[in-house]
Design a protein around this ligand. Structure first.
Ligand code: NAP
Length: 280
């Protein structure tokens, strides 16, 4: 059994989906939940996603607690809950940036309790409990970030929780996580925001109603929650700036090929990109 009682703080898209994906599983934990929004708690209780609504102070009585709030609030909550956790219990999270959160978590735990960082690679551009669903994590990867004094049993319990949701756990240290996700997640989001911004700030009017599949496919993630992305980008600022600098170099190379009318060069550039994308 991964836990007798599992607590979820923040019943939004990720926390709500975690609760829904654990609901009704045989031998599963009793799930407690808390959220700032009374409406999310009411909906989660009504759907049977959580068995009990509780406060942040009460949630430390659970064997596993998962912090599912925006990254900027995660550190404060982890410090508050961590010092109250019982020996043998595990505090984990789902934040999209890991180095700072894991450092704070490892520094703030009560004696005998452990913090294990996590990040499920699943989501949508929508937020809140209303967007949550029981199959959000099915078939997806969920990163677990071993660090410092993590014991093998604590890591295995967090991995077992993600397996129960249908996700496949994968271990990665927090610094590697932040480097990798700067390129495969944070860079695409900032580029999508910049692309839509470029159209929004044009002097001439470009009616978006004419936009073809390319614009829509490419910019879907620019509909993601701006508050959340502001926080992610700032918390991973150094890695994101390295990624945007690398991107600018590649973009400038593309501009030079276009300016020179270098058909062979463009073909080689596009072919290399296509080969990489086709491997996904
Ligand atoms: P969300 O849908 O906005 O849900 C966050 C929930 O936490 C909201 O219900 C929010 O309530 C609540 N909350 C905020 N502060 C709280 C506090 N102090 N105590 C209790 N509840 C609090 O956000 P999300 O998309 O689930 O993201 C949550 C975390 O998952 C973030 O750290 C994010 O980096 C990570 N993540 C997101 C995705 C994604 O695609 N969305 C994917 C992977 C990981 P209010 O609405 O009242 O503020």
């Amino acid at each position: 059994m991964i836990a007798k009682r599992l607590g979820i703080v923040g019943l939004g898209l990720i926390g709500g989906s975690l609760a829904l994906s654990l609901r009704g599983k045989r031998g599963g934990p009793e799930v407690w939940g808390c959220d700032r929004s009374g409406e999310s708690v009411r909906l989660a209780l009504a759907a049977g996603a959580i068995a009990r609504a509780c406060t942040v102070a009460e949630i430390a009585a659970c064997d596993i607690v998962v912090v599912c709030v925006p990254v900027i609030r995660s550190i404060g909550l982890i410090r508050r809950i961590g010092k109250r956790m019982r020996p043998g219990s595990v505090l984990t999270d789902v934040g999209s940036v890991k180095t700072e959160i894991v450092k704070a978590g490892q520094e703030s735990m009560a004696s005998g309790a452990e913090f294990v960082g996590g990040h499920p690679i699943a989501g949508t551009e929508n937020s809140g409990y209303a967007a949550a669903g029981p199959s959000l994590f099915r078939g997806k990867t969920s990163i677990v970030t071993p660090a410092g004094g993590n014991s093998e049993p604590a890591l295995r319990r967090v991995e077992a929780m993600w397996r129960r949701t249908g996700a496949r756990p994968l271990r990665m240290d927090p610094e590697t996580h932040d480097h990798v996700f700067a390129y495969v997640s944070h860079l695409p989001h900032v580029v999508a925001y910049a692309l839509v911004h470029s159209v929004a700030t044009l002097d001439s009017r470009v009616p978006l109603g004419y936009s073809a599949g390319g614009f829509r496919d490419f910019t879907r993630i620019a509909s993601s929650n701006p508050e959340m992305w502001k926080e992610i980008v700032l918390q991973n600022r150094a890695e994101v700036l390295r990624a945007t600098a690398h991107y600018r170099k590649n973009f400038a190379q593309l501009e030079r090929l276009i300016r020179r009318g270098d058909g062979q060069g463009l073909l080689a550039y596009f072919r290399r990109s296509k080969r990489t994308r086709d491997r996904l």
